[in-house]
Design a protein around this ligand. Structure first.
Ligand code: CDP
Length: 236
């Protein structure tokens, strides 16, 4: 049951319009011991991504002779949510780690790294909705910062339906009280969708409209990713 209205006079509880992303901040190389790292904030949702590798994979039986592998660990800090989250992996984080790996995998030339692993960690420091997509944006930047050969970046956002209105980038309250929400990721240049998950019920027309909004939002996020990478390498 909804506790409060999520849309009032065409605006959302945080004052945004339906198609408006939250304030987005991106920073590169925030972890000195990583080969590449990034911090991405969507409003209060904060993800720190750290990429290690390409490096030798042990134990050896995990190695694949014809290709490298990508390993991803998504983790939500105990203090990242209102009700303390018990530390350590759970079913949710295992599933999210897997879908993030599948969302990023298509862009990496893993076949160039037989027997090798690339390890990506996404730590959620503060969670206010859409943490998996924030983690994907941060990991995509961290992979690029680590110099991993990639075909494209991966840009990601959430979309959904709240109080009968189609919206982009759901915050925590919207996510928990939504009629439907979708997590979406794409390779912007290739036009390939690498993540599509949905909870709730939508008509076909609504799904198509949300896919269009998700693509447009991902293109905006992609522009920001490119800018932060260019600024970093120009030394700004
Ligand atoms: O974060 P994301 O939308 O990718 O995944 P979710 O499982 O749909 O979680 C939605 C939101 O619920 C999170 O972003 C958090 O704000 C909140 N949440 C929470 O408060 N406590 C948890 N143990 C898990 C999620």
């Amino acid at each position: 049951m909804k506790e409060e209205k999520l849309m009032v006079d065409g605006k959302r509880i945080d004052g945004r319009l339906p198609e408006q992303l939250r304030d987005i901040k991106m920073k590169l190389n925030v972890v000195t011991r990583a080969n590449g790292s990034a911090e991405v904030k969507f409003g209060k949702t904060t993800a720190i991504a750290s990429v290690h590798g390409p490096r030798a994979l042990f134990p050896r039986y995990l190695q694949e002779s014809g290709t490298g592998i990508l390993r991803i660990r998504y983790n939500m800090a105990p203090f990242s949510v209102n009700d303390r989250k018990s530390p350590g992996p759970d079913r949710r984080s295992t599933e999210i780690s897997k879908v993030i790996r599948l969302a990023l995998g298509p862009t990496i030339f893993l076949e160039d790294f037989p027997k090798i692993t690339i390890d990506g960690f996404a730590e959620i420091i503060e969670a206010d909705g859409s943490t998996r997509v924030t983690a994907i944006n941060a990991l995509s930047l961290a992979l690029a910062a680590a110099g991993i050969p990639m075909e494209d970046l991966v840009a990601s956002c959430s979309v959904g339906k709240i109080d009968g209105t189609l919206v982009v980038d759901l915050n925590g309250k919207e996510d928990n009280n939504s009629e439907a929400d979708m997590a979406f990721a794409m390779l912007p240049n290739k036009g390939v969708i690498s993540l599509l998950q949905m909870d709730g019920a939508l008509t076909k027309k609504e799904v198509l409209k949300l896919l269009q909004s998700a693509k447009e939002s991902c293109m905006k996020i992609y522009e920001m990713q490119i800018k932060v990478l260019k600024d970093f390498y120009k030394g700004e």
